[in-house]
Design a protein. Sequence first.
Lengths: 151, 113
Amino acid sequence: MKIRANFSGLKKTKWHESLLRFALGGMITVAAGIIAKRYGPVLGGLFLAFPAIFPASATLVEKHEREKKLKAGIARSMRGRQAAALDARGAMFGSVGLCFFAIIVWKVLPMLQAPVTLTLALTAWLAMSFFIWRTHVCSFQKRHGEKAHQA
Amino acid sequence: MGALVYRFIVGGIIVSVFAAAGDVLEPKSFAGLFGAAPSVAMATLTLAIMREGKAYAAVESGSMIAGALAFFCYACLCTWLMKKRNIRSTVATVSAMVLWFTFAFGAWFLFLR
């Protein structure tokens, strides 16, 4: 299965949906800072992995897929929820990568410069998430064939 | 107040960039990785390093591990609710937040407090 960049996906997202995600991202960053200041960095640190953007993303995926089916003349379809479930499965793999991100910052930050550590951790997040996703796709294709996963 | 506005803007921009990457990439399951991108962490840690120092940010990262494990359980539950129970994504993702809070605060109470 090939990874593609489809820039028409950006056009599907309306300005108020982008604004909502911006606001959610901003609010949780502010909240994480306030909690860390009030209750200390240990409790505040939990919120660095808060699923701030995922609910909005999954809802948008379902909505866009439903609209696509409606345009094709299919009034009722399970496709929207199935697409959102696929998005959630991706987030599941991403969260394992998130764990590696945290471990690297935790262990490496005291030794290396901050920009180097954050770049290293971000690379580890992407590499681990991609590796787990790829492994899952390969094993699924072995069992069910390529078309089954794309559906 | 100025610091909070700055934090809000930095957080909003970083989260929006990762969300846009998720919109552009296909297939859906790969784009979903960006739903768990370390966007809030990047924003918060950058600001924490600048204001409080590296040691403070490292402590935050240590407890972020518990938050990330809670996120994994949360995403598993969301997948199951939408795929197997056919529950609307809004309802599934919002109601499953209870699991994230329970797991994250449970881990904090048992191991990090």
